[in-house]
Design a protein around this ligand. Structure first.
Ligand SMILES: Nc1nc2c(ncn2[C@@H]2O[C@H](COP(=O)(O)OP(=O)(O)OP(=O)(O)O)[C@@H](O)[C@H]2O)c(=O)[nH]1
Length: 195
C-alpha cells in the first residue's frame, strides 16, 4: 500500500454552527459520524487515529489529544504531527463523509510522486479543501510560527511552494456538514446511495 500509513480524523471542533457535537451525530450504520469515518479509513490505512480535545467517543480508538485549549485545526495539526510515528499522515475532518477511496488514492499517489512535499491537498472548483489532505512534519516549524502569531488560517499555512495542489473536477466529495441542514442533506444523500 502506498504511504502514508497513518490517517487522523479531526474531531475536536466546537461544532458551533451545528449546535451539537457533530462528531457524535449518528451516521450511516454507525452510532456516530466519528465511528463512521474511523471504520471507513481503517480499510485504507494501517493506523487510524482520532484527534480531539478529550476522549468523548463511545467506541475504542486511539486518540491524539490536543496540546492547547484553543479550538482550531491548526492546534490539532501541531499536536498530531508531533505524535504520529511517521513523517506524514492523511488528515480528514470528521464532517467530510463523502471523501471517497478514489480521492484518497489520488492524493496518496501524488504524495508518492512528490515525497518531499510539505502537504498534498485537493483543489475543487470552490478552492483548496484543506480539511482533507496529506500533511507532513516538515510543516511543524511554520505551524508553530503561525500559532505564535495567533494566525489560525489553514489557507495561509498552505500558501507555500512545498504544497502540492491536486485538482478535482467536482466539489461533491468535499461536502461538509457545518449546519443542521447540511446534516439532513447528507443523510438524504446516503439514503439515495443505498437505494
Ligand atoms: N482536534 C481538533 N479538531 C478541531 C479543532 N478545531 C476544529 N477541529 C476540527 O477541524 C474541522 C474543521 O473545524 P471548523 O470548521 O474550524 O470548526 P467546527 O467545529 O467544524 O465547526 P464551527 O464551530 O461551526 O466552526 C472539524 O473536523 C473539527 O472537528 C481543535 O481544536 N482540535
Amino acid at each position: 500500500m502506498p504511504l502514508p500509513d497513518d490517517a487522523v480524523i479531526l474531531a475536536g471542533g466546537r461544532s458551533s454552527r451545528m449546535g451539537e457535537d457533530k462528531a457524535l451525530l449518528p451516521f450511516g450504520e454507525c452510532s456516530t459520524l466519528a465511528e463512521y469515518q474511523y471504520r471507513r479509513l481503517q480499510a485504507l490505512f494501517p493506523r487510524v487515529w482520532l484527534s480531539s480535545k478529550e476522549d468523548k467517543f463511545p467506541f475504542q480508538a486511539p486518540i491524539i489529544e490536543d496540546r492547547g485549549s484553543v479550538h482550531s485545526p491548526l492546534v490539532a495539526l501541531r499536536s498530531l504531527l508531533s505524535r504520529i510515528p511517521a513523517e506524514a499522515a492523511f488528515i480528514l475532518g470528521v464532517d467530510l463523509p463523502f471523501v471517497d477511496e478514489r480521492v484518497i488514492e489520488t492524493l496518496k499517489a501524488q504524495y508518492n510522486r512528490h515525497p518531499k512535499a510539505e502537504a498534498v491537498i485537493p483543489r475543487s472548483p470552490r478552492g483548496v479543501e484543506p480539511l482533507c489532505g496529506i500533511y507532513t512534519t516538515a510543516l511543524l516549524p511554520r505551524i508553530e510560527a503561525h500559532l505564535a502569531a495567533q494566525n489560525h488560517k489553514l489557507q495561509e499555512l498552505l500558501a507555500s511552494e512545498g504544497v502540492i495542489e491536486v485538482p478535482f473536477e467536482s466539489e461533491e466529495p468535499f461536502l461538509n456538514l457545518n449546519r443542521p441542514e447540511d446534516y439532513k442533506r447528507a443523510l438524504a444523500l446516503m439514503e439515495d446511495e443505498n437505494e
